[in-house]
Design a protein around this ligand. Sequence first.
Ligand SMILES: Cc1ncc(COP(=O)(O)O)c(C=O)c1O
Length: 444
Amino acid sequence: MVYPKIVVSPPGPKARELVRKDELFVSPSYLRYYPLVVESANDCIVKDVDGNEYIDFNSGIACMNVGHNNPSVVEAIKAQCNRFLHYSNTDFYYKEAIDLAEKLAEITPGEFKKKTFFGNSGTEAIEAAVKLARWHTRRPLFIGFIGAFHGRTMGSLAFTASKPVQRGYFSPFMPGVAHVPYPYCYRCPFKLTRPNCNYWCADFIEEQVLHKYMPPEDVAAILFEPIQGEGGYVVPPPEFFQKLKKIADEYDLLLIDDEVQSGMGRTGKWFAIEHWGVEPDIICTSKALASGLPIGAMVAKAKVMDWNPGSHASTFGGNPVSCAAALAVLDVIKDEQLLDNACKQGDHVMKRLEEFRQTSRIVGDVRGRGLMIGIELVEDKETRKPAPKKASEVMLRSWRRGVTVVTCGVSTLRIVPPLTIQTDLLDSALDILEDTINEVAKET
Ligand SMILES: Cc1ncc(COP(=O)(O)O)c(C=O)c1O
């Protein structure tokens, strides 16, 4: 079978009809990149209601790391459905949640003892981390990063800072959050260049924030994404997180690592922070953990997770079907050596795109780890002026030609296929993507 397979120019008639109905009944707050209406999906291929088959370059927004409808995961879900669907892990016990917490303690970085709190989503994992940090430290303040995305509930939203539309008309937010510049070297917020910058982005936090207006004795934690996701697939420089850890140790601040998008093998390691060799106090994961079923997990050092019974809980958190799916996901990643495949295929994509960058007029930067890769489009390579319209045009045209790529940040295309993808399929999708970028570059 050769993919992609476009049989009707998308959106086809069935998709158009469903989108029309959606407009009548579904919340208009959803973003919707393009009118893709999914009928079914298998491994790296998504089929729409009109029979078109696409190569999935976004994995349902970084959730389907083990591929769509992975047979082992589906079997585990079915088996759990035949046993029981729910029994409130916050009030009683069941093995699935206990086993998953044990496994998460094993795969998250750090040899220390850990405990897990279960919620249902990424934002709930972040809410839990923020509450735990306040509980444990008895300190009110936090440091977050400009460009971050941590979710949209009121606590997480206080940290989210990647697009004004996410925050507009929702003030006031949870007080006590200071945002500092993220190490985005292609567009250094301090207009410096490496290595001459000497990691001013890290020293800034100490010299300009902790020494000026956020008294360290009042700061509970620093919340960060190891690679900014919604903010544009931004990869910090090699020593940044070691420097952040040094600051955290110096002032006794907790490090909260948001791996909701970058975790579960996406970058070729279980968790992206491992690329920097830093062991955070708290790690949040969600998205790919249960292969599309709702779950969020906040894994903390056991000595940090010292809150009282009743201080935080959620009826559905750690649902047994989601936990069974997650246990199967962990086995699949290990048994099918998907960390290795993410590294191997990621290297292939990076090499190919780096060559392409050199010939393209509008590809400014290519960056990533494993299969979490961003292509930043610019109007002009000298000025580096972002090209959001071009990025959007490339995204739409690629979709119409059979590749479900989406954007992030201001003008970055993200490549986030299932970790099961093989080189031939990757190359078919990259052929389309590069061709579309060339087409858009020529026209404008
Ligand atoms: C890094 C990060 N944190 C948190 C979230 C929020 O997750 P959810 O949409 O499941 O609440 C997201 C979602 O994209 C994310 O990318």
